[in-house]
Design a protein around this ligand. Structure first.
Ligand SMILES: Nc1ncnc2c1ncn2[C@@H]1O[C@H](COP(=O)(O)OP(=O)(O)OP(=O)(O)O)[C@@H](O)[C@H]1O
Length: 561
């Protein structure tokens, strides 16, 4: 960027040469002190000046664009890296549309000011300054009258800038809100269609589009008057220069060459200044854009060390753990240890905190109190990468990327060969259905896996986890896909996934976990009972109630079918 500014300054230097050359030429012609070779020589110098300006300012623009693209790339990389280090809570509380807007659109907005404003502002300010000095050297009275329109223009610009940041801030905010709402609308299009709604009846969308247009009209109304007056008055320097110049010439104060040079100078002085002032918009935008990006980059990260530690074993231990998402306490003094290479099931009514336990194990959030240990080390003393390598989290809504099936499975282990991907898919009982697809493993799964059924998505996610081969598996058992055929397939794939692993399963269908080595019964954020199926039936009333409810539900389903 510095090289680009230096080149822009060199361009400015060359840009002034034609003005000086024209002035010299006029002087010589009027003094009748010229030969054809003199004229050609001066014209050649003017031409060199012009080409020098074009070459240096082009080089400056190329360099500034290159630097701008590098800066944009690194800002985008920093934001995405940051998102992997902040707590999930922050990401869940922020709409995906907002992230999209900041990473794609907001960052893009800095390209123009970075690539153009720095070199062009430099030249647009330097050229008038140099010309003004020369103007004063020729005749200070004409120089002063030529510059008289500038303060009037500046006053108008100042009027335009009153409350500018707040007003422009409203425009930016409305634009972002509209972006976020549109992304949300597209994501929820299924629900909108199902309830026979349209974009017009989706109030949030309509409101955001209206606010976007209102804020722009308001901003336009308040700034445009000042802007029009400024750009109309500022270039009128000839109105003063012409009569005063003629008067000075007539009373012999200045010569004709000086008068003509001053007229040329007064015409060329204002245009670059107006262009420079037009960057006020970009400056205000850069300011709010930088603040917005900084807001994300300054979010507090989960503080974890850089280096891995030996944890001795892969047992997870919760010791008096409490946790709240916002103010509301979701887990209260939870204590338990998982069974090494065994199954620990977590059961309980909806909202009792089961998934939250899994998310704390996966370090999506930090516990507020107490400690969570992996082996004999507190997870806070382990790098996030070590936790991620040690655990596989198969949630209910497994997200698939808009990529081929092969690439989605390979996310589990990016070094896996095609053969290994297929073996994982076979273990997950997914191979068969994949082979019926038009392009087999190369079939694209669509946005968020939308081209596959829920059960198929689940099996692809399990294949991904099998390929990852982490020693701890966190499984948020799906409540959907309960038709017997699918359930059997998913159960088979889960059995392959958990071979020789420590499994923590959040179970909704109690019949699937009666053989678990340990069952933790959660109620309202607390542990109500721990034991195996038989012992809990005797000792834990809540577990007995849940079991009876499950059995009678199962019976009713079987009777109905
Ligand atoms: N991101 C979040 N922000 C705020 N509150 C949350 C968040 N996620 C969950 N909760 C709340 O925390 C409580 C426990 O949720 P959790 O998902 O752990 O329950 P669960 O036992 O797994 O429920 P279910 O069986 O219905 O999946 C609920 O009251 C829920 O509303």
């Amino acid at each position: 960027m510095i090289a680009s500014v230096l080149l822009a300054i060199a361009g400015v230097g060359f840009g002034i040469i034609p003005y000086l050359a024209v002035s010299k030429l006029i002087t010589r012609i009027f003094e009748k002190n010229y030969t054809w070779s003199n004229i050609l020589y001066i014209a050649l110098i003017a031409l060199i000046g012009y080409f020098g300006k074009v070459v240096f300012s082009t080089l400056s623009t190329i360099l500034s664009h290159r630097s701008a693209f590098i800066i944009l790339k690194s800002i985008r990389q920093e934001i995405t890296e940051k998102l992997s280090k902040v707590p999930m809570g922050y990401i869940e509380d922020t709409s995906s549309g907002k992230f999209k807007t900041v990473i794609v659109d907001t960052v893009e907005k800095i390209e123009l000011p970075l690539a153009h404003m720095i070199p062009e502002l430099t030249s647009n300010l330097l050229i008038p300054i140099c010309l003004t000095i020369y103007f004063f050297m020729l005749d200070w009275r004409l120089a002063l009258i030529a510059l008289a329109t500038i303060p009037i223009g500046l006053i108008c610009y100042m009027g335009m800038m009153i409350d500018y940041e707040t007003r422009y801030g409203r425009v930016l905010k409305a634009g972002k809100n509209m972006d976020a709402t549109i992304v949300e609308y597209i994501n929820g299009i299924e629900v909108i269609k199902m309830f026979n709604q349209s974009a017009r009846s989706y109030k949030k969308y309509i409101d955001s589009v209206e606010e976007n247009s209102k804020s722009k009209i308001e901003w336009f109304k308040k700034t445009n008057g000042f802007y029009i007056i400024a750009i109309s008055i500022m270039p009128t320097s000839l109105v003063g220069v012409l009569p005063l110049g003629t008067y000075l010439y007539m009373n012999g104060s200045i010569s004709i060459p000086v008068l003509i040079t001053c007229i040329i100078l007064s015409m060329s002085l204002i245009k670059p200044l107006i262009q420079a002032l037009e960057y006020t918009d970009s400056l205000a935008m850069v300011d709010s854009t930088v603040k917005e990006i900084a807001d994300i980059l300054q979010v507090e990260e989960m503080k974890r060390p850089q280096y891995r530690k030996d944890t001795k074993n892969n047992t997870i231990t919760f010791d008096n753990v409490s946790f709240a998402y916002d103010e509301v306490q979701v887990l209260k003094n939870i204590s338990f240890s998982t069974i090494p290479s065994g199954i620990t099931a977590i059961v309980g009514p909806s909202g009792s905190g089961k998934s939250t336990i899994a998310k704390l194990i996966a370090s999506f959030w930090e516990a507020n109190q107490g400690s969570i240990k992996l082996g004999d080390v507190d997870v806070k003393e382990l790098p996030l990468a070590q936790i991620m390598d040690t655990t596989s989290y198969v949630s209910q809504d497994n997200f698939l990327f808009n990529l081929s099936i092969r690439e989605n499975i390979r996310l589990g282990n990016k070094k896996a060969t095609d053969k290994e991907v297929e073996i994982a898919a076979k273990k997950a009982s997914a191979h068969e259905f994949i082979m019926t697809l038009p392009k087999g493993y190369d079939t694209n799964v669509g946005d968020a896996g939308g081209k596959l059924s829920g059960g198929e998505r689940q099996r692809i996610a399990i294949a991904r986890a099998i390929l990852k081969d982490a020693p701890i598996v966190l499984l948020d058992e799906a409540t959907a896909f309960t038709d017997p055929e699918n359930e059997n397939r998913i159960q088979n794939s889960i059995n392959q996934l958990i071979k020789d692993k420590t499994l923590i399963v959040i179970a909704h269908r109690l019949s699937t976990i009666i053989n678990a080595d340990q069952i933790i019964v959660m109620n309202n954020g607390q542990v109500e009972g721990i034991g195996d199926h038989i012992s809990l039936l005797k000792s834990c009333k809540l577990y007995k109630d849940l079991w009876e409810a499950h059995i009678s539900y199962k019976d009713s389903i079987e009777e109905a079918s």
